[in-house]
Design a protein around this ligand. Sequence first.
Ligand SMILES: Cc1cc2nc3c(=O)[nH]c(=O)nc-3n(C[C@H](O)[C@H](O)[C@H](O)COP(=O)(O)OP(=O)(O)OC[C@H]3O[C@@H](n4cnc5c(N)ncnc54)[C@H](O)[C@@H]3O)c2cc1C
Length: 388
Amino acid sequence: MTSADRADVVIVGGGVVGCCIAYYLTLGGARVTLLERAHLAAGASGVAAGMLAPQVEAPFADPFFELCLLGRAEHAPLAAALLEDVGLDVEYRQTGILRVARTESERVDLQRMWRWQSARGLAAEWVDSDDLGTCEPLLRGVAGRLLAGALWLADEGQVRGPRLVQALAMAAAQRGARFVEGTPVVDIARQGERVSGVQTPTEVIESDTVVLAAGVWSPDLGRRIGLDLPVAPVKGQILSLRGLGKTPRRVIWCGECYLVPRPDGEVVLGATEEEGNYDARPTLAGVNRLTEAALEVVPAVGSFSIDGFWAGLRPAAPDRFPLVGWAPGLEGLFVATAHYRNGVLLGPLTGRRVAEDILHGSGLGELAPFGPERFDSSWNAGPSVTDR
Ligand SMILES: Cc1cc2nc3c(=O)[nH]c(=O)nc-3n(C[C@H](O)[C@H](O)[C@H](O)COP(=O)(O)OP(=O)(O)OC[C@H]3O[C@@H](n4cnc5c(N)ncnc54)[C@H](O)[C@@H]3O)c2cc1C
């Protein structure tokens, strides 16, 4: 290795989280190397539906809800900056989400959400069952009969996950970041109580800081240095459909599935939730579950053709909140994972905050409550950590 290969920061993992961090670090002038064992967006980020949806499942406001609202607000300016920087449209759109109620009890829950979100000044409207067909033509026929109304959230958005990853990487590379694909990190190099870089199968890449953003595989590397990261997969399967001229106007969401219309006519049908499953291949049972759920709410999708199906592993902590912060016990190691169902939504805010903290020590702001130390008692990190 020459000193020219030395980086200020090495990032492990080329998903949306790693690439967002790389982007903001290079904006701040850092020398960055990102190592990805397969290809960029090979993990959950390549499969995500890309919804930017803090409101649709929020039963009340808490610090995580506030974080997600801020996360959503990052996307419009970022999409514009990336278009300007590298000429790639990441398909950020504020298409809104129509969350339908299938039963009276769902209607009661959604109307409760509607009331507190409206009182808070957020865009939230109630659509009566009889008006649903006008609001979303694909629901004509079932609206008054099967559905008990819907919550319309006009400010929810979407972006195309893999394209966001690609644009971030291109913009970071333009500012000098090095992206090394097909290269796994096999260990974290350390000198005493400090990280000194990472080990690949062929070399050590030295750096002052290492960011562990390897999604559901982050614990594998954590274990190498005695960190017991409480992150496990929640597998999600997804189908890509084409509606032959009959695509939904907006995202339609029911309890069991969602339909996300893309600008090019694709309609994404997602997603399953399968705890603890490390097998990232789609299954017949997964496809069946999604198909049944979609046909129940939107029978018209029965005529849609299937373009493909995929699965991804969402990295999740036991409390389902992100794990973002300096690792206890080993100076210079930063953990950024466990974004679970919100990695695309929260990627840019995470990237900006992590970069600011690494470069300027400015703290993590609204991400501060989501540090790894909240699981401190479950760390198994050897003497240097228990000494702290
Ligand atoms: C079906 C589905 C739908 C989803 N929909 C949404 C949505 O609508 N909105 C939303 O916000 N989020 C959504 N998510 C969640 C989102 O996809 C994840 O939270 C996010 O992609 C996690 O990003 P990440 O960068 O942490 O992990 P990943 O994207 O999994 O990236 C980790 C990367 O690290 C690499 N890696 C692993 N080990 C090593 C190593 N040792 N060395 C080098 N590289 C390594 C992997 O190859 C991988 O590319 C969805 C997820 C799924 C599965």
